[in-house]
Design a protein around this ligand. Structure first.
Ligand SMILES: [Zn+2]
Ligand SMILES: [Zn+2]
Length: 288
């Protein structure tokens, strides 16, 4: 991360349109999904309930893929998971716009190593909108070779190549409905299954870096915050218990009270019971 040295401006002090090398596509993606969403919500009617069900299922699977496969399995190695289940979860994580798992894990390990310091790649100390969105295209992404060589060696390189086609299907695949129904109904369904789902998924995920890091800075655990009201937005998958997570980053469970819904942990624990996952003994701990 560039720091402020003499006349050199830190990335968060530059224009919103500044792009880190190789990140122009990320900015285009952001503009595209937001433009489709805003224009579509203004001009198109609400679709039938089926579109909401499909969008909700895809959203839920993507959220599960991100919290389980990207975060708890690959980034923190709290458990091992059947490789086919892991691949399916990664697919839906990318489908939901979480990015390729190599870059996600490299950035995330860097975040934990530098939480709330000057160099924390996604810290709100550089501004709320920096933490929420801007760093995605304005910060130089961390090197997977340096921060997660274990994941690089694990055969996940292929996802970097697959990301663009998966995202193209995720955003535009719903347009296939034009072949089966009138254009207004088809576009209305596509809007919610594609752009609106991707925009909601983006902001809910990004809230973990922004809203869930607005707590008082603790010298040992950073500024992680448990944000209870985000539970339904995260579909109970557990990412919003972020203070718990920073207190015990190597625990597979993020929810630490009976009322802290944590479907990510329930999924891993169920897979463990079925023999499709193995949770490390040290990863079953509660944070307090
Ligand atoms: Zn954090
Ligand atoms: Zn983490």
């Amino acid at each position: 991360m560039t720091s402020q040295l003499g006349q050199v401006r830190a990335p968060w002090q530059r224009s919103w349109f500044y792009r880190a090398p190789g990140e122009t596509g990320t900015l285009i993606w952001m503009v595209l999904i937001h433009t489709f969403t805003v224009v579509g919500l203004v001009f198109l009617p609400l679709p039938g309930w089926q579109a909401f069900v499909v969008a909700g299922v895809l959203y839920g699977l993507g959220a599960l893929g991100t919290t389980v496969a990207y975060h708890r399995i690959l980034a923190h190695r709290t458990a091992t998971l059947n490789p086919w289940i892991e691949r399916i979860l990664i697919f839906f994580g990318i489908f939901n716009g979480s990015g390729d798992p190599l870059t996600w894990v490299a950035n995330h390990r860097y975040h934990h190593a530098n939480s709330d310091r000057e160099d924390d790649v996604s810290s709100p100390r550089h501004g709320f909108w920096w933490a929420h969105l801007r760093w995605l295209w304005q910060a130089e992404q961390n090197s997977p070779e340096r921060y997660c060589p274990d994941v690089v060696r694990g055969g996940h390189q292929v996802w970097k190549k697959l990301q663009a086609p998966i995202l193209a299907v995720s955003l535009f695949g719903g347009l296939a409905l034009l072949a089966f129904m009138d254009w207004r109904s088809a576009l209305a369904a596509w809007l919610w299954v594609g752009p609106v789902r991707l925009v909601v998924a983006l902001h809910v995920q990004c809230s973990v870096n922004s809203l869930c890091h607005l707590g008082p800075i603790d010298a040992d655990h950073g500024s992680g915050l448990n944000v209870w009201w985000m539970t339904p937005l995260h579909m109970g998958q557990g990412e919003n218990w972020h203070a718990n997570h920073h207190r015990a980053p190597h625990s597979a469970r993020f929810g630490q009270r009976w009322w802290q819904l944590d479907a990510g942990w329930w999924f891993i624990a169920t897979m463990d019971r079925l023999g499709a996952a193995r949770v490390k003994a040290s990863a079953r701990v509660r944070s307090r």
